[in-house]
Design a protein around this ligand. Structure first.
Ligand SMILES: [Ca+2]
Length: 351
């Protein structure tokens, strides 16, 4: 090889090395907390609950069925629209947002990161961060063959987190709501993972959210607590509410260090207003739906106590593409989430 060509060849190799390092580093930095563990019980739930079959309209009807039903649902009054305010026994309230007093059109949640977005009015600016639009959702990671894919599968549609195009704060039926309009652009899904900043990095806490969604196939909620330091709390994940919108609301507690998760079934549909509460205290997790303790599948217990996470975790209102092959988005479909209020408390008991 002549000398000039050798120099060019060496220069090319050197220029590629930092790009490669950045790509690897980027994935390590950015993917550590945004995928939910796959829940093997999803299959069991589908099989055990014959009701689910009626919730799965044929794909060719899903658009007609879902869109009008979503719009109609907004006419149902939100009877528990009042957000809980103040401390509770053992709990100090540190966060609440009922989305009253501020309306923000789509496009407002731009340049978002976990730490916050750019140019939002208060209190939204202080309250909310979001995964940026450079992050693939879990199915998107899977489709790219990422080693962060928890299922090892490929999906018809992956997604990108896209708060700018999906999230608004609007008034509907007199209630201020955060509205998340996930959608499919024909190629991929646009979804959102919203982060209540004031509940980030807490060790123990009480997390409450009032919400409903359309039942659109192909999209899911994986609203979860995820360890800030994944290495110190391996496998730690607390999911509620979770599952595809055309299934029933479920919850999952993954023990620290891995092993069998506890599964909770509510039998409740996503398309009615519900209040979901997660209570995380030393050695114990409890879920409540509409004020009632949720029971564990199988045992009927109302709490998890096996190797409960004991490191700081953050609350991520993560909504994304389906990870269930029986729930597939129609091209150009839309799935809407309404959140009436969100509230959080710090644990004041003995640690
Ligand atoms: Ca509200």
């Amino acid at each position: 090889m002549k000398k000039p060509f050798l120099i060019i060849a060496i220069a090319l190799v050197l220029s590629v090395i930092p790009m490669y390092s950045f790509a690897v580093k980027g994935e390590t930095l950015h993917s550590w907390k945004w995928y939910p563990y796959i829940d093997p019980e999803q299959e069991i739930i589908s099989q055990d609950n014959p009701e689910n079959s009626s919730d799965n309209p044929p794909n060719n009807q899903s658009n007609e069925d879902q869109q009008p039903s979503g719009e109609n649902e907004t006419n149902v009054p939100n009877n528990d629209a009042n957000m809980p305010k103040g401390d509770l026994p053992g709990w100090k309230q540190v966060f609440s947002d009922d989305f009253e007093g501020v309306t923000l059109p789509k496009g407002s949640f731009k340049d978002c990161k976990e730490e916050g977005c750019q140019g939002l009015p208060e209190p939204t600016q202080s309250n909310w961060g979001a995964y940026p639009n450079t992050y693939d959702d879990t199915a998107g990671l899977c489709n790219k063959g990422s080693n962060r894919c928890p299922t090892g599968q490929k999906y018809k549609f992956g997604g990108v987190y896209d708060p700018e195009k999906t999230v608004s704060i609007v008034k509907e039926n007199g209630d201020g709501v955060m509205k998340i309009d996930m959608f499919n652009d024909g190629q991929k899904n646009h979804v959102a993972a919203m982060i209540p900043k004031k509940m980030a990095g807490k060790k123990y806490g009480r997390y409450a959210i009032r919400f409903k969604t359309t039942k659109t196939p192909g999209y899911k909620l994986a609203w979860l607590l995820w360890a800030d330091n994944e290495e110190k709390c391996k496998g730690c994940e607390i999911d509620f509410p979770e599952l595809e919108l055309d299934k029933k609301i479920a919850g999952f507690v993954h023990p620290k260090g891995g092993g069998q998760q506890d599964s909770y079934e509510t039998g409740a549909s996503f398309d009615q207003w519900h209040t979901a509460v997660t209570e995380w205290t030393p050695g114990k997790i409890k879920f409540y739906l509409d004020g009632k303790e949720v029971k564990q599948s199988g045992s009927g217990k109302t709490e998890s106590t096996n190797n409960i996470p004991d490191e700081p975790m953050s609350w991520i209102i993560q909504s994304e593409s389906s990870l269930d092959p029986s729930s597939v988005a129609e091209p150009n479909s839309k799935a809407t989430i309404w959140i009436s209020w969100v509230a959080g408390w710090e644990y004041e008991g003995k640690q």
